[in-house]
Design a protein around this ligand. Structure first.
Ligand code: MG
Length: 401
């Protein structure tokens, strides 16, 4: 029997190379020089995740056999008794991803090999186009097409669109106002414009970001069907997922859902009743690679594809984890991609690269990504009060972001 390799220490590296605060967990082992990295980025509550890892998870996992990922994941998930919340899920993900990284390094294989090997050489990615007018969105779509991107999410005025014609009551408080009815009209106009301008071959996506009432979301999904979206994202809030049954009966617009999900109960029925087409959970938010692998296999049995959440508030380590799942999964659909900065590439050696609309893994063992800790320390996380989440309807009522 080879000697057991155990967890000797755990630390959280917080850094903010761009707009988003990132959390990366580093797991050290009894084998000199052997460590793993995992994404634990819940950017809006980053210091809560740091405390969860350092004060609650770290004492529990020290001394654990690094090989026993499945057992440890299941025990971490119930260790605090109350489970399936975003803070603890992200903390657990940090350890889980790091242990998969370590297992790959010990095996001398990239992570996708441990999952079952390649189903493809690279992953399709989609990128975000956004502008103040339909013409401006079209211009950005064309610019991306020139760079080789074939899947492009189109938004106008961010989430919720623009509300420049809305009438607010006197003394209405500050906030991120939007008008859901104007949003529907403006987005349909924009998507019609872009589709007719760029033709049928480029794949267009749109994210409603749960900004409509359920029945208006169904109306929107029906109205947009003629423009042949690759998928419509977050048409409904997690609280309203029962409405997917009605949406499914009324339109063939492909539906993607899941970035806010924490608990398997949230995706199980959507998959088993074939109410959506793409699962797009945030890997660290669901607890790491272990539950993502399980959800992908479960979805595959029902003909549902993956589209893991991958914006800027996923750390580069989390993007690497996404990509290994993409390269392996028989039911991979598409990968959201955030276009990293030069600083990101400097801070995270091994961060995957896009060529001609495809994201390629490297052949390094494990996740194939590292972190320059000295550089990361030069970009500390600040205290932030989020403003984009302070959403209000025209009359000032608070609503979901
Ligand atoms: Mg989204």
């Amino acid at each position: 029997m080879p000697e057991k390799v155990t967890i000797t220490d755990v630390k959280v590296i917080l850094t903010q190379p761009g707009n988003s605060r990132l959390a990366v967990v580093k797991v050290m082992t009894s084998e000199p020089g052997l460590y793993g990295l995992g994404c634990a980025t819940f950017t809006q509550a980053i210091f809560a995740v740091q405390a969860a890892v350092e004060r609650h998870i770290r004492p529990f996992v020290i001394g654990w056999d690094v090989d026993r990922i499945e057992e440890l994941w299941n025990m971490m998930m119930v260790h605090a008794y109350w489970r399936n919340g975003p803070v603890m899920n992200n903390a657990i993900s940090g350890i889980d991803q790091a242990l998969w990284d370590i297992k790959g390094k010990r095996a001398g294989m990239p992570l996708y090999q441990l999952l079952g090997g390649k189903s493809r050489e690279a992953a399709y990615v989609y990128v975000h186009a956004n502008g103040p007018t339909p013409q401006a969105v079209e211009e950005q779509v064309r610019a991306y097409m020139e760079q080789g991107f074939r899947y492009i999410r189109v938004q106008m005025g961010g989430y919720g669109g623009q509300g420049d014609t809305m009438v607010r009551p006197d003394d209405a408080p500050d906030g991120a106002y939007f008008d859901p009815r104007a949003y529907s009209r403006n987005m349909l106009n924009m998507i019609e414009h872009v589709r007719s301008a760029v033709g049928p071959e480029v794949e267009l996506l749109h994210d409603i970001h749960e900004r409509l009432t359920p029945i208006h979301a169904i109306q929107f999904a029906k109205d947009v069907e003629q423009y042949d979206l690759f998928f419509l994202e977050d048409a409904l809030a997690p609280e309203d997922i029962a409405w997917f049954r009605q949406m499914r009966q009324q339109t063939a617009t492909p539906i993607a859902m899941g970035e806010l999900f924490n608990n398997p109960h949230e995706w199980r029925t959507l998959i088993s009743e074939r109410l959506i087409d793409f699962i797009r959970m945030h890997i660290s938010q669901m607890g790491g690679i272990t539950p993502a692998r399980n959800a992908a296999i479960f979805a595959n049995l029902f003909g549902i594809r993956t589209a893991w959440h991958g914006p800027e508030d996923t750390s580069p380590v989390g993007h690497a984890a996404n990509l290994h799942l993409d390269i392996w999964a028989p039911n991979f659909g598409i990968q959201e991609w955030y276009r990293p900065s030069e600083l990101d590439y400097e801070m995270f050696p091994g961060l995957p690269e896009v060529r001609n609309g495809y994201l390629y893994p490297n052949e390094q063992p494990g996740l194939g990504i590292d972190i320059n800790e000295e550089l990361a320390a030069k970009y500390p996380c600040g205290d932030i009060v989020e403003t984009w989440t302070q959403t209000r309807l025209p009359d000032g009522s608070p609503t979901r972001p």
